[in-house]
Write a protein that binds this ligand. Structure first.
Ligand SMILES: [Zn+2]
Ligand SMILES: [Zn+2]
Length: 382
């Protein structure tokens, strides 16, 4: 029997500022929005403490990915559980959490099969920037629903997410660094460790030394790779790559990329090539840099509608693999706390990733810096 609607407590709401996307190539606007203060069953209300500004947000801003609007951007967040809805068992008020943009149902064939980032619910809802019931949780004064990027919308102080969208972490880890585990760190480290399964005998090439690329480099180092070659067109980014574990550098704006790869690998090519930019040309370069039996991993996020061209004869003849990596093929519920432990034990470096700490109102300047290639990560703190 369904419980009668009357007698239910009136829905209380919280008001807060959020950075809202309305039109491509226009600055985000800081707007007053509201969210229910009591989580629906199975959801948790999180008070954000920090949010990274990621390249995927820029894809939306530039109109390279088509999304509904108005939408609160931001998908790389850490915060504190404010309250939990009925039926939530793994989280409680006061838990420190990193948000996950692939909340999983824990029941579909992907979840049961150990690949939760491919969960049915992700393609049905969070990829559409909505909650598990296909609705939004946030409204703008007089205007109705506001979407939340990837179901998170971390460019605002509050968000409501499914229980599996908030992963509890140890409470002695700082929030700005922890926030980056919610996207760039897991995507990059995971591409090397989980997707490519780097072994100590491997030479690993990483194309692109932005947030994901630097983390792929330190993922390869964590896995014990024999040699880590970083390629980028910026000398500044290549120097950063060295700090994160690159043993050899290629400036492919200035040097002949294929020649340098051959030179650094005794003419053989690399066992693993990780593309962390999201451009067809660099995906092809990664693939062409492989040694026989090698694997190229596409970790970069490509604009809608792009295509690549490869030689399929070489693929079979030399047993090459070309594979995709979404969210570092991670299991967020166990990988987020693991990566935080690696950071707290000085096995990976998250401090050097945070190059700029800003207020929400300065988010548009952070995008300008990203476009100019300045710094690694701007992190909003609340
Ligand atoms: Zn991201
Ligand atoms: Zn699932």
């Amino acid at each position: 029997m369904i419980a009668p609607e009357h007698g239910r407590e009136p829905c209380m709401t919280l008001e807060f500022d959020a950075a809202v996307f309305r039109t491509p190539n226009e600055p985000l606007t800081i707007e007053r929005v509201t969210i229910p203060s009591t989580p629906p069953p199975g959801e948790v209300l999180v008070r954000l403490q920090a949010s990274g500004v990621c390249h995927s947000d820029l894809h939306v801003l530039l109109g390279e990915w088509e999304v509904p609007s108005p939408m609160i951007l931001g998908h790389e967040g850490a915060g504190i559980v404010e309250s939990v809805g009925e039926g939530v068992t793994t989280l409680k008020e006061g838990n420190h959490v990193v948000l996950c943009w692939t909340p999983s149902c824990r029941r579909c064939r992907y979840c049961i099969g150990g690949r939760p980032v491919l969960c049915d619910m992700v393609s049905q809802h969070s990829a559409n920037h909505l909650s598990f019931d296909g609705r939004s949780r946030i409204t703008s004064a007089g205007e109705g629903d506001v979407y939340s990027f990837a179901g998170l919308g971390t460019f605002g102080q509050y968000t409501l997410v499914p229980e599996s969208g908030a992963i509890a972490i140890r409470d002695d880890a700082p929030f700005p660094q922890s926030a980056l585990v919610g996207c760039a760190v897991t995507t990059g480290v995971g591409a090397a460790v989980n997707t490519a399964k780097v072994r100590p005998s491997d030479t690993v090439l990483v194309l692109g030394c932005g947030g994901v690329g630097l983390n792929a480099i330190q993922g390869a180092r964590l896995a014990g790779a024999r040699k880590i070659i970083a390629a980028d067109i910026s000398d500044e980014k290549l120097e950063q790559a060295r700090l994160f574990g690159a043993t050899d550098l290629i400036n492919n704006g200035r040097e002949d990329f294929a020649d340098r790869v051959r030179q650094l690998t005794d003419g053989l090519g690399v066992e693993i090539a990780i593309e962390a930019i999201g451009l067809p040309r660099t995906i092809e370069s990664a693939y062409e840099a492989l040694a026989r039996g090698g694997t190229a991993v596409v970790a970069g996020q490509v604009a809608d509608g792009m295509r690549i061209s490869i030689d399929p004869f070489v693929m079979s003849d030399q047993e090459l693999s070309l594979i995709g990596s979404n969210y570092g093929s991670s299991k967020p519920a166990s990988d987020f706390p693991l990566l935080i432990d690696h950071y707290m034990n000085d096995r990976i470096d998250l401090d050097s990733l945070v190059t700029n700490v800003i207020d929400l109102k300065d988010v548009n300047e952070a995008f300008d810096e990203m476009k100019r290639g300045v710094g690694i990560r701007s992190v909003i703190t609340y």
